[in-house]
Design a protein. Sequence first.
Length: 297
Amino acid sequence: MYLYPILTRLEQADLPRLISAPTALARQFSDSTHQVFHCDTVDGSMVLKICDDLVVAKSSFWQVANHLFGADFPKSLTQIHHTHQLLTQHGLYMVPDFVVASRRSFEHQFVCTRLIAGEALTTAPVTETMVIQLAQHIACLHQQTQSTWGNLHKPSYQANEWGGRLHASLSALAAKSKVAIPQALLAHALAQASAVQETEFVPMMLDLRWDQFIRLDKAQETLALIDLDAFVIAPRTLDLILLAYILTPSQYALFKARYTECHYWPDDSVQKSCYQLLLFLMQILGETNLAQWMQSR
């Protein structure tokens, strides 16, 4: 009889029965929050992701996700089936079939999904077709607007709370940052945060990067989104500013052209600096050159 790694007998009781020993997969990044295993079971091939609480505790990214957005990670993994449902209903990408997740009372937090076979985008170029697909996907998600924000499954913060909570998060992150934040920049960003007024909130993947996708079909350039942990309800403008860092200038122009075929483009001039600084302090892309980051896009 084969057992799942790390998990207690009680925790793995609802997981499908193994037919061979699970294989540990290499962590993509030194700060990856999960230990990932490929599992062959009587119900087919699965992927088991077990959260590493020590990594989460040290992560600037998850500190913001939990403090600012009330994401409640990793306990939120117990509700991640709702994320799968949201993306299946309103997104354009294939996502892994949800199998089972941990309970809040468990010592370890985990999620098990069916394996989607494909090619990591780290080994494939991002094409115009992929950028167009991304624009259409984001535009569809941005149609799902809400008046409250925060936790994806239960957004409970009111619109008028955004500026104050953003200000508090920026102040806390700047105080702990290993990169010195120029006082003038910080003061400007904090003033923006205090003044910003957002009324339109949408599903946002806080850690959206191309390496969160796999390519299913080379001919059609079809992608699947395989990492769903970091979705929150956030201001639409913040999502679009993040996308400017993920895409090249030409890709961003193409993205904007396709996005605006079905959704208007907001003016970000009154919050751009504070949102840029927030994303930098979250270490979204692991950048260390603050001046270059603030000048980008």
